[in-house]
Design a protein around this ligand. Structure first.
Ligand SMILES: CC(C)(COP(=O)(O)OP(=O)(O)OC[C@H]1O[C@@H](n2cnc3c(N)ncnc32)[C@H](O)[C@@H]1OP(=O)(O)O)[C@@H](O)C(=O)NCCC(=O)NCCS
Length: 174
């Protein structure tokens, strides 16, 4: 398995991957989100990584930039979406994509990463609940809103509501 930056010619494979991983109810919506984020100038800087096995795209993650109202100094990102093809799950590929993304964000001197996802899964990568940086929409499961601090000095005082890329500004995604 190798992890690399996605390229334009991956687009169809990424759509298929997200459809397969998220299934009938969510698949189309998440696939559309991935495509829109990749084309969204308000999402940049953006990191888009694919996991590939024998030339086949089996995993994908995007980290896109966010800001918090009233806090222009710190650099934050949001992890979404993340998918691993069902036939390749539980082999550490999702974890490897998250780790590689975090390495890249650390190189970029990002202060923190947010995610909305299953706490049991993301806690393994070091994410914890946050109550000071607020999501842009009300959540059905507030405990699923988490942060990973990359710079311990950088995020202590950050408080406020997140502004995401346009592609993420749909209540049904939250
Ligand atoms: C969630 C997902 C990305 C995990 O990818 P993966 O490559 O299988 O994950 P890893 O192999 O790194 O980690 C697997 C471990 O995480 C756990 N895990 C996997 N998916 C989980 C989930 N949705 N919730 C909680 N734990 C989960 C498994 O129990 C497994 O642990 P174990 O093997 O010790 O039992 C993948 O299952 C997926 O694409 N699911 C569908 C789409 C999705 O839910 N994306 C995440 C949105 S937040």
């Amino acid at each position: 398995m190798i992890i690399r930056d996605s390229v334009d010619s991956d687009l169809n494979a990424l759509v298929e991957l997200h459809r397969e991983a998220f299934g009938e109810t969510e698949g189309d919506r998440v696939a559309r989100l991935a495509v829109e984020l990749l084309q969204d100038s308000t999402a940049r800087p953006l990191i888009s990584l694919v996991a590939s096995v024998d030339g086949l795209v089996v995993g994908h993650v995007i980290f896109s930039t966010i800001s918090v109202e009233g806090d222009a100094e710190r650099s934050g990102y949001i992890l979404a979406p993340l998918a691993v093809h069902p036939a390749f799950q539980r082999r550490g590929i999702g974890t490897a994509l998250i780790r590689r993304g975090i390495e890249r964000l650390t190189q970029l001197k990002a202060d923190y990463v947010l995610v909305l996802g299953n706490p049991d899964y993301y806690q393994r990568a070091g994410f914890t609940a946050t109550h000071t940086i607020l999501p842009p929409y009300e959540l059905d499961y507030p405990e699923a809103w988490m942060i990973l601090r990359l710079n311990q000095d950088g995020v202590g005082e950050t408080k406020g509501v997140v502004r995401c890329a346009k592609a993420l500004c749909w209540p049904e995604l939250w």
